[in-house]
Design a protein around this ligand. Structure first.
Ligand SMILES: NC(=O)c1ccc[n+]([C@@H]2O[C@H](COP(=O)([O-])OP(=O)(O)OC[C@H]3O[C@@H](n4cnc5c(N)ncnc54)[C@H](O)[C@@H]3O)[C@@H](O)[C@H]2O)c1
Ligand SMILES: [Zn+2]
Ligand SMILES: [Zn+2]
Length: 423
């Protein structure tokens, strides 16, 4: 709820890292979203010079419960939009950076990157979004102008690619959040654990306003990553076998992709047998727990499938599982896709003969989806009942109890917990 609106002047910095559009690459066949002209277009509606005060769950210290605070949210600046968040969910990446193990801690910070909301106001230069639009903020973006955005093969935007270390907005490096004038860091440019947030317009997907935001908010991250790893990268043919390593939210989203692709056998591999029961609801029909076998997992799978699976998708972050996922695909045509994020010092080791024997290894970021161009289509798949989302949502809490969502995830009890703002 907006508690008070204060009128404050704000200045627009001249610092902007956005490149001017290069039309050299304009002849792409895939229709891609592009933002408003970066420097010159007037906005549909000028940003009001107002600061919003609202509730946000602030992480003051690594691993300590979030604290509900009243924060000031500055108006959106150039190429930014301010969004009223209605629903958000918790993903492992929030948990990982909140725990801050093995990274440079950045606190105080407002986490959150899977969410759905409504545009409240837009900053200068934003012409593709307007107040009232239903949107999903996305942790990675699509500027529409760089070489990656012009390539139909890439979603690794030069300007708005995920940056876990940035605590301010790209436009001026400053935070739009503060408490009594003291800045609070952003997270992934989304910071959705706040009733209002400011996001670069290139990280905002405009979706069908009829879509239920309490369901489709999960499309913002993990769901799309696993789904796209199968549908866009592994691309199993109808009836082909798929092995999925890691049956967390991302692996289960890969299973949903396998179901949509019409895959035949879907084999789930996980060290935690508790995951197997849940995975049956996602069409995983056979299970391998590496701990229960003396043989290597590759060999177990080769024996189960007469030489190897047609496709495999690794969703664990374990380099051993990555090697197993590659070596368990059939020679001649097998394709393995890596999704999990490895540790800093990991090295992938396999014999080169595995490649010569016509196995293919690929990796994917965010399921190869372009955030603005492709995410609205995933929401449409849900609306058309092609995609099942409800089975991913195992828990729900009001915003005031957001710390419970962290407990559920820490205990490994939930796939996705929906957090209702304003409650
Ligand atoms: N590439 C991307 O764009 C992208 C995006 C989001 C998440 N991720 C990564 O995807 C991975 C999965 O995310 P999640 O949220 O589903 O995680 P999760 O922790 O919920 O699930 C991982 C599962 O893998 C299992 N596992 C771990 N090591 C294993 C091994 N050696 N063999 C078999 N199973 C093993 C665990 O028991 C767990 O069930 C993470 O590494 C995450 O960082 C990547
Ligand atoms: Zn770009
Ligand atoms: Zn995520």
């Amino acid at each position: 709820m907006v508690i008070a609106v204060i009128s404050t002047p704000f200045s627009i910095s001249s610092v902007d890292f956005r490149r001017r559009p290069s039309f050299r690459h304009f002849s792409v066949t895939r229709a891609t979203a592009s933002l408003s002209s970066p420097e010159t277009s007037p906005s549909l509606q000028a940003a009001p010079h107002t600061v919003i005060r609202c509730k946000a769950a602030v992480a003051w210290e690594a691993g300590k419960p979030l604290v509900m605070e009243e924060v000031e949210v500055a108006p959106p600046q150039k190429n930014e939009v301010r969004i009223k968040i209605l629903f958000t969910s918790l993903c492992h990446t929030d948990l990982y950076f909140w725990e801050a193990k093995g990274q440079t801690p950045l606190f105080p910070r407002i986490f959150g990157h899977e969410a759905g909301g409504i545009v409240e106001s837009v900053g200068e230069g934003v012409t593709d979004l307007q107040p009232g639009d239903h949107v999903l903020p996305i942790f990675t973006g699509e500027c529409g102008y760089c070489r990656h955005c012009h390539s139909e093969e890439s979603n690794m935007c030069d300007l708005l690619r995920i940056n876990t270390e940035r605590g301010g907005m790209i436009h001026d490096g400053e935070s739009r959040f503060s408490i009594d004038g003291k800045p609070i860091h952003h997270f992934l440019g989304t910071s959705t654990f706040s009733e209002y947030t400011v996001v670069h317009s290139g990280q905002v997907a405009k979706i069908n306003p009829d879509a239920p935001l309490d369901k489709v908010c999960i499309v913002s991250c993990g769901l799309s990553t696993g789904l796209g790893a199968v549908l866009n990268v592994a691309k199993p043919k109808k009836g082909q076998s798929v092995a999925i390593f890691g049956l967390g939210a991302v692996g289960l989203a890969a299973a949903e992709g396998a179901r949509i692709a019409g895959a035949g056998r879907v084999i789930g591999v996980d060290l935690n047998p508790k995951r197997f029961e849940e995975a049956k609801k996602f069409g995983v029909t056979e299970f391998v727990n590496p701990k229960e076998h003396d043989k290597q997992v590759q060999q177990v799978i080769a024996e189960m499938t007469d030489g190897g699976v047609d496709r495999s998708v690794e969703c664990t972050g374990s380099v051993q599982a990555m090697i197993q996922a590659f070596e368990c695909v059939h020679d001649g045509w097998g394709v393995a896709v890596l999704v999990g994020v490895p540790s800093k010092d990991d090295a992938f080791k396999t014999h080169p003969i595995n490649f010569l024997n016509e196995r293919t290894l690929k990796g994917t970021f965010f399921g190869n989806y372009k955030p603005k161009t492709d995410i609205p289509g995933i929401v449409e798949k849900y609306m058309n009942k092609e995609l099942e989302l409800d089975k991913f949502i195992t828990h729900a809490v009001p915003f005031s109890e957001i710390n419970k969502a962290f407990d559920y995830m820490l205990k490994g009890e939930c796939i996705r917990c929906i957090i209702t703002m304003g409650a």
